[in-house]
Write a protein that binds this ligand. Structure first.
Ligand code: NCD
Length: 311
């Protein structure tokens, strides 16, 4: 496998291997590439967590990062994504991370380029590394996936996080539920069952909230935002009625007071910042998984476990 475009291309056992490596890295082991590898990160859409954690992962793996500033690149002269990636490849860069607003932007690239591509989000399409970090967060909490009741709440139609998560969670034997405005339901909801938010609160092991994707909405959907928090959000009252061990997840950035009451963002059940922390380790493990066969690398058992996860 040369790319990480979609988790659909990976078997369950490959995904569990990545999570196992991520856990080793989180527990203090190190992994370094032997060869001098170069990567570039192309973010055509804004990003905080994904971009920084990819960079941190690359540095921890000993990979050289070549900075690329979209706003000062030949993109501004009209150069296409394809020509940009082909150019980067021609210089000998080994791999590229791409976030782009176009769904399946990678299709034309895979046909014509050899460079390894990591999909950091394609429009409303998929976001495989976000899903890996979500899986690690759930695994850290419950040990396994089979039989867990997980409800994905909110803007499913426009969320690449929901799309990526739904497919693999159903493959892992999760009882999947979807909640929120029915106008934002999508084909992906066929992986699970609709559930009213009040019922979801009573039965879920994981409440996975989604950010309302205002930037992807077509005009005419504003009415759905009226009383969104009261109708579909995680209010203080709903949090009190969650199952004892239920955890709250959100890929962030969070619209405080919309998807979740601001006072719950850092509450005991919230794993929102654990998700961010896990993002570094799953991205290290994913890069290792894709690039190691091609370029070679070494796991180093670390005796110093002090730097392990702070969460
Ligand atoms: C997500 C994204 O960009 O799809 N953010 C992230 O990567 N953590 C979710 C979102 O923006 O809603």
């Amino acid at each position: 496998m040369n790319h990480l475009i979609s988790l659909k291309k990976l078997s369950v056992s490959e995904i569990l291997d990545i999570l196992r490596d991520a856990t080793r890295l989180k527990n203090g082991d190190e992994y370094k590439f032997n060869s001098n590898l170069y990567m570039t990160n192309l973010f055509y859409e804004p990003s905080t967590r994904t971009k920084i954690s990819f960079e941190l992962a690359q540095r921890k793996l000993g990979i050289n990062i070549i900075n690329f500033d979209i706003n000062n690149s030949s993109m501004q002269k009209g150069e296409s994504l394809y020509d940009t990636v082909k150019t980067i490849e021609a210089m000998g860069i080994h791999s590229v991370v791409i976030r782009h607003s176009m769904e399946q932007y990678y299709k034309e690239l895979i046909g014509g380029c050899n460079i390894s591509i990591f999909n950091a989000g394609d429009g409303c399409g998929e976001h495989p590394t976000q899903t890996l970090l979500d899986l690690l967060t759930i695994q850290n909490e419950f040990g396994s996936f089979e039989g867990l009741a997980i409800t994905i709440v909110g803007d499913i139609l426009h969320s690449r996080v929901a799309k990526s998560n739904a497919e693999i969670l159903s493959r892992l034997g999760v009882k999947l539920y979807f909640s929120g405005p029915k106008e934002w339901f999508d084909d992906v909801c066929e992986y699970g069952t609709y559930i009213d938010i009040e019922e979801a609160i009573e039965i879920s092991d994981v409440i996975m909230l989604l950010r309302v994707q205002h930037e992807r909405h077509k005009p005419g959907q504003e009415y759905l935002m009226k009383n969104y928090h009261e109708m579909y959000g995680l209010t203080l009252d709903r949090e009190r009625r969650l199952k004892t061990n239920c955890i709250i997840m959100h890929p962030a950035p969070v619209n405080r007071g919309v998807e979740i009451d601001s006072r719950l963002v850092e509450c005991k059940r919230s794993r929102i910042f654990n998700q961010v922390n896990n993002g570094v380790f799953v991205r290290m493990a994913a890069i290792k998984h894709i690039l190691q066969h091609k370029y070679g690398g070494n796991f180093i058992e670390s005796s110093n476990k002090k730097w392990q996860s702070i969460v």
